[in-house]
Design a protein. Structure first.
Length: 263
């Protein structure tokens, strides 16, 4: 089956609502153990409070993205079977799901590299890495559970690094990798082509900031104010990052990313 790298809940069996644990906090209204179905999960695997998740204290659900792992595991790995139908594979399915989610996140980054004209010198390596990660994602449960996700990240990392350098070449972007920018006033900041990998931007004021072609891989944007910010061409930005930030109709996002419903 072709790989899909965005979630399609209608073709999943609520895996993220069962397999993953969460704790009562500002993101979740109650505790839930791994393998325990969420109290809001209906018999048809749909969320009974989907339209009011944030109002009901379930903000964490609105920023989660499985990168297509849910439907891939459901329809591909397990041939459409449900954890309700096949109790014998229940725990295995729940263990396979997060591994595939990690693999699909890597595939999302690699697909972005392959779409970058400036990164053409690394396309061959990116394609090789993509094919290997895709092969693992398509494998049988035993093979998937044996995957060393850390090793895969270490293999893919240099490819993403080189692609980023090529895409940002000549922009003079500053290096803020892993920087503590929590709550910083960065209104109208010139961050074009900046290296913001792993930066802590929680609650940062980035209103009207220029983030064009900035590398935001792994940057923590929770609560960051992106109103009027320009992220056109920003690298390795994911739906969870966008959903965890604040923005509005004036926020310009990279191609392929839609503003979350709660903006």
């Amino acid at each position: 089956m072709p790989l899909e790298l965005r979630s399609d809940c209608a073709r999943c069996v609520g895996l993220c609502c069962v397999a993953l644990p969460f704790a009562r906090s500002s993101d979740f209204a109650f505790d839930k153990a791994a393998g325990e179905p969420c109290r809001n999960l209906a018999t048809d695997f749909r969320c009974t409070i989907h339209a009011s998740l944030r109002d009901r204290g379930m903000t964490g659900c609105t920023v989660y993205e499985c990168f297509g792992a849910g439907q891939h595991v459901t329809q591909g790995t397990y041939g459409g079977r449900s954890w309700r139908d096949d109790a014998g594979t229940r725990s295995e399915m729940f263990a396979v799901f997060p591994v595939v989610r990690h693999l699909h996140e890597l595939l999302t980054y690699l697909a972005e590299v392959l779409a970058m004209p400036a990164a053409r010198p690394v396309h061959e390596d990116a394609r090789r890495a993509y094919d290997e990660v895709a092969r693992l994602s398509d494998a049988d449960p035993a093979t998937i559970l044996a995957v060393d996700v850390g090793a895969q990240r270490r293999t893919v990392g240099p490819v993403l690094e080189r692609a980023s350098a090529l895409a940002r070449a000549g922009l003079g972007g500053r290096r803020h990798r892993d920087a503590d920018l929590v709550g910083k006033d960065l209104r109208r900041a010139d961050l074009r082509g900046a290296d913001l990998r792993g930066a802590y931007l929680l609650g940062a004021d980035l209103r009207a900031a220029d983030l064009r072609s900035a590398d935001l891989l792994g940057a923590d944007l929770r609560g960051a104010r992106l109103h009027g910010a320009d992220l056109t061409g920003a690298l390795f930005v994911t739906p969870p990052q966008v959903a965890s930030a604040q923005g509005d109709a004036t926020t310009r996002l990279p191609d392929g990313l839609e503003p979350p419903a709660h903006w």
